[in-house]
Design a protein around this ligand. Structure first.
Ligand code: HEM
Length: 520
């Protein structure tokens, strides 16, 4: 009996020693691994750094980066996150390691809302490559953009006429809503052949829907990042995205079925006909020999991708620029003078004029710098990699915080001031010269991202945006009706993947030039 107890004791001691050594080694390995990660604040058990996040994630990251440096590691629940906030790191991560960071994040909202068939959130693989080629050449290619030029012009004229009517009556205009309708009508005609933002029964509220989609996709959902909350809906997230999905699906089903009906009854081979996206996608859907076989869900997901990506981004970009012009009247005067000199006083500015308006171009760059509609370029690492001696674990989410880059005094003189002149300096290797463009080659200004996963809608946006802003300031002065104590327009941001102004911009347009076309 005594012998047995002695043996038990001996076994227990060995087991304890083994367990202790195992835990010691594990802790040491984990400390060693942790020391290879980029710096960051101390994480709490289970939630990591979740408690540090505010709804304006890019602003939180900016504050933390000023304490922990331009390459920072955070753990949001169980998700590893890397935050980069310098042009050098943007280049290293998005160019040197482009393929490593060629994927995007995925979560329950994206999965559900995009029928798990999105292009914008697809992994870098055959489906993404097929749609990338298709959208660059067909959907948003040079020829298609040219074919839809009359649509863009008609929509712009419609918008200016509406503003002139309001101006005559001295009425306030909700500029935010009207700009969303304008950009939504352009993209919805290109995609579906209909003006989605007219008050009609089947199209009502599309611009609200797309805004809700871009907002929810940009938020952190606790159920996505903390494993034991996976099946709980603590923030009412699931309820919200299921509701958006149901409304969107009903709308799209009707539009697609109507189009299928029209196609069945139509004679083929009308070569002169301008095809919209839906027709082009249904052609691929019907083609049994297509490289990738599209399903109905793919079509619905692609329409959602492009409607969402093409409405809120462009609308808020124009709104931010106009808000800055209202707050900086001397910049507005200079821009109006440039337009008057280049375009004259006989006609409305048009798309082909904008390449002769360098000051306007500088205003747009400056507005993109301070208010990038998508403030962080978000990707996911498909494999582990090493950046500046630090280990970036596979599956980490990467956030390149361009909003933060724009606020770095080492890169920009008076970074918070709206100074388009900084982009007019001739040549020079400095950050602010006129040689800096928005096409993804200058890592201090990446409004459309960079590399393979950069924005496919850039050409469309850069045709739509300058001419719309130019027409708005050629024809009107703008009197904001709701200005806080500071006297200017409030520049608070709304959270989300796309970051527009928090409050709708309401103004009275005061006509300064009525193009003869509109004088009746
Ligand atoms: C001012 C307007 C716009 C801005 C600022 C903008 C910005 C961006 C940014 C920052 C990205 C991510 C790029 C990256 O990861 O490197 C992106 C992706 C994308 N954009 Fe845009 N965008 C705009 C307009 C448009 C328009 C008009 C469309 C389509 C009609 C569009 C369609 C897309 C799509 C489909 C993607 C995903 C591309 C991919 O994952 O491969 N965007 N955009």
């Amino acid at each position: 009996m005594v012998v047995q107890s002695a043996m038990d004791l001996q076994f227990f001691s060995y087991a304890t020693l083994f367990l202790f050594s195992f835990l010691m080694v594990k802790t040491m390995v984990s400390i060693k691994n942790r020391s290879k990660l980029p710096p960051g604040p101390l994480a709490l058990p289970v939630i990591g750094h979740l408690h540090l996040l505010s709804s304006h994630i890019h602003q939180t990251f900016h504050k933390l980066s000023s304490a922990y440096g331009p390459l920072m590691f955070l753990r949001i629940g169980s998700i590893n996150c890397i935050v980069a906030s310098s042009p050098e790191l943007a280049e290293e991560l998005l160019k040197t390691h482009e393929l490593t960071f060629s994927a995007r994040k995925h979560n329950a909202a994206i999965h559900h809302l995009t029928y798990d068939s999105s292009f914008a959130f697809a992994p870098y693989g055959p489906y993404w490559k097929f749609i990338k080629k298709f959208s660059t050449i067909e959907l948003l290619g040079h020829r298609t953009l040219g074919q839809f030029h009359p649509v863009r012009t008609k929509e712009l004229h419609h918008f200016i006429r509406f503003l002139l009517d309001k101006s005559k009556e001295c009425e306030t205009v909700n500029v935010t809503e009207e700009l969303l309708k304008l950009t939504n009508n352009v993209i919805s005609q290109m995609m579906l052949g209909i003006r989605c933002s007219e008050t009609g029964e089947e199209t009502d509220g599309v611009q609200t829907l797309v805004r809700q989609v871009s907002q929810i996709i940009g938020e952190f959902n606790v159920s996505d990042v903390i494993w034991f909350c996976k099946h709980l809906d603590l923030q009412g997230f699931r309820k919200r995205f299921e509701d958006i999905h149901t409304r969107y699906d009903t709308l799209l089903e009707k539009i697609i079925s109507d189009r299928e009906h029209v196609r069945k009854n139509k004679k083929r081979n009308d070569d002169d006909e301008v095809k919209d996206f839906l027709d082009m996608l249904l052609d691929v859907f019907d083609d049994a020999n297509s490289e990738v076989q599209l399903t109905r869900n793919h079509i619905k997901a692609l329409i959602l991708d492009f409607l969402t990506a093409g409405t809120d981004t462009s609308g808020s970009a124009i709104e931010w620029a106009l808000a800055e012009l209202i707050n900086n009247p001397e910049v507005l005067r200079k821009a109006q003078k440039e337009i008057d000199e280049v375009v004259g006083k006989t006609r409305l500015v048009q798309e082909s004029d904008t390449c002769h308006l360098p000051y306007l171009e500088a205003i747009i760059k400056e507005s993109f710098r301070l208010h990038p509609p998508i403030p962080m370029i978000s990707r996911k690492a498909i494999e582990e990699c090493n950046i500046k001696g630090y280990t970036i674990p596979a599956q980490s989410l990467l956030f390149v915080n361009m909003w933060s880059v724009a606020r770095d005094p080492k890169l920009w003189e008076d970074p918070l001031k709206f100074q388009p002149e900084r982009f007019l300096k001739p040549n020079g290797a400095d950050n602010n010269s006129s040689t800096v463009d928005v096409k993804g080659h200058h890592y201090q200004l990446l409004p459309f991202g960079t590399g393979r996963r950069s924005c496919v809608g850039m050409s469309l946006a850069m045709q739509e945006l300058p001419v719309t802003l130019a027409a708005m300031i050629q024809c009107f002065d703008w009197k904001a009706t709701e200005t806080p104590n500071t006297g200017g327009v409030d520049m608070t941001e709304r959270p989300g993947l796309v970051v527009p102004r928090a409050k709708d911009l309401k103004c009275i347009p005061i006509a300064r030039f009525i193009p003869p076309l509109f004088a009746i």
